[in-house]
Design a protein around this ligand. Sequence first.
Ligand SMILES: *[C@@H]1O[C@H](CO)[C@@H](O)[C@H](O)[C@H]1NC(C)=O
Ligand SMILES: *[C@@H]1O[C@H](CO)[C@@H](O)[C@H](O)[C@H]1NC(C)=O
Ligand SMILES: *[C@@H]1O[C@H](CO)[C@@H](O)[C@H](O)[C@H]1NC(C)=O
Length: 593
Amino acid sequence: MLSASLLFLGLLQLAVSKPLLSKRWEEFDVKHSWVEVPRGWELHGPAPEDYKFNMRIALKQDRFDDLVTSLYEVSDPSHHKYGQHLSKEEVEALVAPHPETVDLVDSWLTAHDIDLSSAQRENGGSWLTVVVSVDQASRMLNTTYNVYRHAQSDDYVVRAMSYSLPAVLHGHIGTVAPTTYFGTMRSMKATSRLQPQIKPIDSDVEVAHKLVGPGSLATVPSSCATTITPACLRALYNTSTYVPQATTKNSIGVAGYLDEFANRADLQTFFSRFRTDAVGGTFTTVRVQNGGDDQTDPGVEANLDIQYTEGITFPTPNIYYSTGGSPPFNPDSNTPTNTNEPYLDWLNFVLAQSSIPQTFTTSYGDDEQTVPFDYATQVCNLFAQLGARGASIMFSSGDDGVGAGNCQNNDGTRTVRFQPNFPASCPFVTTVGGTIRVAPEVAVSFSGGGFSNYFARPSYQSTAVSTFLTRLGSTNAGKFNTTGRAYPDVAAQGQGFQVVIGGRVSSVGGTSASSPTFAGVIALLNDFRISQGKSSLGFLNPVIYSTGVNGFNDITSGSNPGCGTNGFTASAGWDPVTGLGTPDFGKLQALIG
Ligand SMILES: *[C@@H]1O[C@H](CO)[C@@H](O)[C@H](O)[C@H]1NC(C)=O
Ligand SMILES: *[C@@H]1O[C@H](CO)[C@@H](O)[C@H](O)[C@H]1NC(C)=O
Ligand SMILES: *[C@@H]1O[C@H](CO)[C@@H](O)[C@H](O)[C@H]1NC(C)=O
């Protein structure tokens, strides 16, 4: 009797503590899990159950394969649809989720008492944002949320070591954030650094005077071997006599993140020293997700980017995107915080505009293995959408050669392997490595390069990369994935850039300098095409590996050591240090302009 009533009480408790959920929401399969806390992070404590945050859910994009097919058609110079880029509406129609997916996910959310009326649906409905409490999210994903601290940056985030989805939802949901992706812009690597060992110069009047016009490569002054100014780059990459003509239609965007502000006064000082004809030129700041614009706090990365995109493309309109994140985790806050995942914020913001710049550059990245595969795939897919819209997307390749530190895998095995960078490894972006010196340029030793473990080698680079691999033979065998997407695609100077920061000139280096430089040249090519009544270049890789391949200065010496090895060596043709080489604007104009 006693035991029966205890049993009854027990059942009653079970019924009270668990909401009535249909069985299909309780049969979980793991979506992603880590075997160890991501490097650099430490467990701080449990996340408060009533802490609320924005949960982002990527729904399966019903016709994503068609989007990729379209992307390659409009980006392939031999296809009759070349240059016929898609509109925002056309892209959204292709990435929209199937109605069944929407219904199923909505009923799952409703079963967990989520208020759908306040849900935000972006990107053709394929990204859904809802407000959830830690308690709700833990039950939805059969996980435990904790607060983790990034020791170096003192950043706090609410994340999980693993998460699951009901088995029935696995085919309908690409990723859920925030869950297991720990990266924040504060913790990530901006790929630039000050180079105090390179003595800055105050002006380059002499260099500028030596610009004698097209074909002036041989006369690039020897000072450009140590200190880089716009005049050096315009001579080296053969843009110095080009005058932009499509400035009412063509523009270039710089994606900037948390706490990095491009300074207007510094740009004027920069122009007065290094590009006097551009004095008075300016840029537009677009603020995304409460991004700031503190003109008393110039950022090294932001100033480098905008001074060099503008130094090469003036008078082309330049747009600086200042993307905020949430303030750091605050357990006492009652306002739901953003997920603090700026790529998603920036991408969804830009994709929601009906008119976008034709060229973009971004100088951030992280080890690919620290970005969960499901998350990386969804972010990479968003870059494909930008390409289909007709934008060329440049990313720096990273500043650690084939890998930083001990290069151990984080899968529990601690195997030493080359560590590729993401988003550099995404096949839908154009990745830019670094060079130094002039006549000839050589690879800079930190130039990030390698092979993705997530993304297979796209066909546009299969010939170039297999030629390289055949020549490489067994060097570095077992250290990298021979079937992965290989990068960088191209290169540009990456050291000794003269940048004005807080009124003073400093030397700055990194593939962060290479990416805006290359992007600047592409923006001029886009200007040329648009002024001829043609489309923008859009997603570059299919065209640069084919008809554009002879428009590059092939870099054939230097290497990118790392992981206790000599890394790869630059050689004739494509290589994973400098890609196809550095741009020659005049030749590219003739080939793909
Ligand atoms: C939920 O996760 C726990 C471990 O945290 C596990 O023991 C349990 O089996 C999972 N539930 C289901 C239904 O998979
Ligand atoms: C530079 O561009 C011109 C055309 O504007 C071209 O003739 C020349 O070959 C290009 N390259 C060099 C290295 O001069
Ligand atoms: C190598 O890359 C492929 C994609 O091309 C991927 O499917 C595979 O898992 C990778 N292998 C390793 C060991 O990471």
